[in-house]
Design a protein around this ligand. Structure first.
Ligand code: PLP
Length: 353
């Protein structure tokens, strides 16, 4: 399929100063439609613009919506690079399957992404740590209030120049272990990047903010005993020399950063296990002085050191609230590979130009 490109006649001014996250959008977007008769059709890059939808459009009512998130980086010598983008489109199809959305052609979407990013090259921030955040997403577009899978969909890719996640430098965050609300259960859609997973998580996030915590750590939806993940990050613990992260059990998202961390640790010969881990086990390790490091992983922050975990009335200060050595090494390595400062020995980086 040929991707038609229609360039804007009104390019916007590029932002200056602090970028924040997801505030500014570039000049173009990728769009593609789906109908039951034609399949996915009319892939095109067009000027970024609002879209008009009938109020009875299905996505507004029943939430058939999935998305992805990845970043493009500008290397010091001005080259554009993506980090494992094929994994994002593969995961999008996993989400599609769970939400009864027809699969996309992963190769076509990767090609579209490359063309779009190439076209928006000048929007990629050059400051260290900044990047072009890329948001592919799909919505159900039938105009109908009947509960059934939509027969039509729209796929978009939009791009947003974004600043460093931690403007003040890598700072350990405080996390609240949520023991009232749950995010997902096995058999549900916790393993997908579906819009609804976020809708359900906002309330606990707001309460945690009010208590002075930046994010929530979810426990399993059945017993509220086993660790799941943080809002939009997977979680890792270093306990007595071993790195532990919850296994992919059907209710947590299989993060690409998580996968990359595990691959790196294995390469370095650091013991790492994916298994079920209870909050009690973490607290025991803490009391025994064996809880050494804790960090979250996700595209937005890459590696986010955790300095404090609060579970009920127990406050765990990790590594005196400072960044752990392994946490720092993982951050430096992954960001180094992404920005081209370190050699890409594992073949993770995709060249755009
Ligand atoms: C996106 C996301 C992550 C992180 O995944 P990455 O592929 O590493 O960005 C973790 N948890 C949830 C719930 C997410 O939506």
């Amino acid at each position: 399929m040929n991707i038609v490109v229609k360039k804007t006649e009104h390019p916007k001014a590029k932002p200056e100063g602090k970028l924040g996250f997801g505030q500014i959008y570039t000049d173009h977007m990728f769009v593609m439609d789906y109908s039951a008769e034609k399949g996915w059709y009319d892939p095109r890059i067009v000027p970024y613009a609002p879209i008009e939808l009938d109020p009875a459009t299905m996505v507004f009512h029943y939430g058939q919506a999935v998305f992805e998130g990845l970043k493009a980086y500008m290397t010091e010598d001005g080259k554009v690079r993506l980090f494992r983008p094929e994994k994002n489109f593969a995961r999008l199809n996993v989400s599609n399957d769970r939400l009864s959305i027809p699969p996309i052609d992963e190769n076509l979407c990767l090609e579209a992404l490359k063309q779009l990013v190439e076209l928006e090259k000048d929007w990629i921030p050059k400051q260290e740590g900044a990047s072009l955040y890329i948001r592919p997403f799909i919505i159900a577009t039938d105009v109908s209030l009947g509960v059934r899978p939509s027969d039509t969909y729209k796929f978009f890719i939009i791009c947003s120049p974004s600043g460093l996640y931690y403007e003040e430098g890598l700072e350990p965050v405080k996390i609240y272990v949520e023991d009232k609300y749950v995010r997902a259960v096995r058999g549900g859609m916790g393993f997908t990047k579906a819009a609804g997973n976020y809708a359900v998580s906002i309330k606990a996030q707001v309460i945690a903010h009010e208590k002075g915590y930046s994010q929530v750590l979810w426990l399993d939806g059945v017993e509220q005993k086993y660790i799941e993940e943080v809002g939009a990050m997977n979680i890792f613990f270093k306990i007595n020399g071993e790195v532990v992260t919850p296994m992919l059990n059907g209710s947590i998202l299989g993060g690409i950063t998580r996968m990359s961390v595990i691959e790196l640790l294995k390469k370095w010969g650091v013991p790492v296990s994916e298994r079920r881990i209870s909050i009690e086990e973490i607290y025991e390790a803490y009391k025994n002085g064996q809880f050494e490091e804790c960090f979250g992983t996700g595209t937005a922050a890459i590696i986010s050191p955790v300095g404090e975990l609060r579970w009920q009335d127990n406050v765990m200060k990790i590594n005196n609230g400072k960044i752990g050595e392994l946490t720092q090494k993982l951050y430096d390595t992954i960001t180094g590979i992404q920005t081209g400062k370190l050699e890409d020995e594992l073949g993770w980086v995709v060249k755009v130009d």
